[in-house]
Design a protein around this ligand. Structure first.
Ligand SMILES: NC(=O)c1ccc[n+]([C@@H]2O[C@H](COP(=O)([O-])OP(=O)(O)OC[C@H]3O[C@@H](n4cnc5c(N)ncnc54)[C@H](OP(=O)(O)O)[C@@H]3O)[C@@H](O)[C@H]2O)c1
Length: 291
């Protein structure tokens, strides 16, 4: 079986690639991995794992044609952008034309029918397009990534505080390494066609509770500051210059602030036979970022 990965130089796709590569040996030549990457140098670690590289942009149909040759299953993972839906629809259509049998799409848990925020609405439309394509599909729908908190490491270190516009909203944050392992299981295993897997960590937490956990691991008080949206937007605008992306992220955080997703799922336990990583474990493993 040949599997094509996209997003494999990123957080979740990278974790999926590592988890899949560890299965390659056990499959004794029966599992071939290919990754569509933009930058061969950045993807050297994938090559070292025995993953074949096709270098190019996902927006280029000739690159996609080359990437899809002989592929049975494909992972569709793209970062959020105004072009995401168009790229994902095109990927799906060309995959079908090329004879790919099964698409595994990374969506998100807040992407439910009727979602109005740009990012969830994009995922809902892309999921619908894949479902209507006639291809076998599996949706992997993670909650808020624990890895997002790495971006707050500097202020936690310097001020013992982190700033987000999320009020008392809560999430059951998930480690992208668990999400990657779920993706690897879905791609290499059987019986996942037509399934949607919501992926969470083990605990529903407000950001104030997350601050307490971070503080308990690093041994100092950490405070979550509920930042007014206008202030947060101005700060984030220094890093995200694309207006659509900036608005989309602010919309998403506003939605979390209005309540968020206060449920956990047993996807990790069911598919991997173990508990998902806790925030405490995550902070311990990334302690240099926070302490
Ligand atoms: N952050 C969250 O809390 C969260 C929660 C649930 C769901 N999600 C979903 O997760 C997805 C993002 O996952 P992530 O954060 O793991 O991704 P990421 O780390 O941002 O990585 C993005 C990957 O896509 C590749 N890529 C981007 N544009 C490309 C193009 N034009 N052609 C080929 N490859 C391209 C990047 O390659 P380069 O290395 O070349 O840039 C990289 O490998 C989004 O769809 C988001 O909605 C996120």
């Amino acid at each position: 079986m040949t599997i094509l990965l996209t997003g494999a130089t990123g957080k979740t796709g990278g974790a999926a690639a590592k988890a899949l590569a560890s299965k390659m040996g056990a499959a004794k030549g029966g599992l071939k991995l290919r990754a569509l990457v933009r930058n061969a140098e950045k993807a050297q670690a994938l090559k070292d794992l025995g993953i074949e590289l096709v270098v190019g942009d996902i927006a280029d149909n000739a690159v996609l044609e080359k990437a899809f040759a002989g592929v049975d299953k494909a992972l569709l993972l793209l970062p959020n952008s105004q072009k995401q839906l168009e790229l994902e629809k095109n990927f799906t259509d060309l995959a079908k034309k090329a004879g790919v049998k099964h698409i595994v799409k990374v969506s998100s848990m807040e992407s439910v029918p009727g979602a109005t925020a740009s990012i969830p609405a994009t995922h809902v439309a892309s999921e619908n397009h894949i479902r209507a394509s006639g291809l076998a599909w599996t949706m992997v729908r993670p909650n808020f990534f624990m890895q997002n908190l790495l971006g707050n490491g500097r202020t936690i270190k310097e001020m013992g505080k982190f700033f987000l516009p999320c009020g008392n909203g809560c999430t059951a944050m998930s480690d992208t390494r668990d999400i990657g392992a779920v993706i690897a299981e879905v791609l290499s295993g059987t019986g996942h066609e037509g399934k949607s897997y919501d992926v969470t960590g083990p605990q529903v937490l407000t950001f104030a509770q997350a601050a307490e956990i971070i503080g308990s691991v690093i041994g100092k008080k950490v405070e979550y500051v509920d930042q007014p949206m206008a202030e947060y937007r101005a700060m984030l605008g220094k890093f995200i210059t694309n207006e659509w992306h900036l608005n989309a992220v602010c919309q998403l955080f506003a939605e979390i602030g209005e309540g968020g997703l206060n449920k956990t799922t047993d996807t990790v336990k069911k598919l991997l036979g173990r508990e998902p990583a806790s925030l405490e474990q995550f902070v311990r493993e990334h302690i240099a970022v926070f302490k």
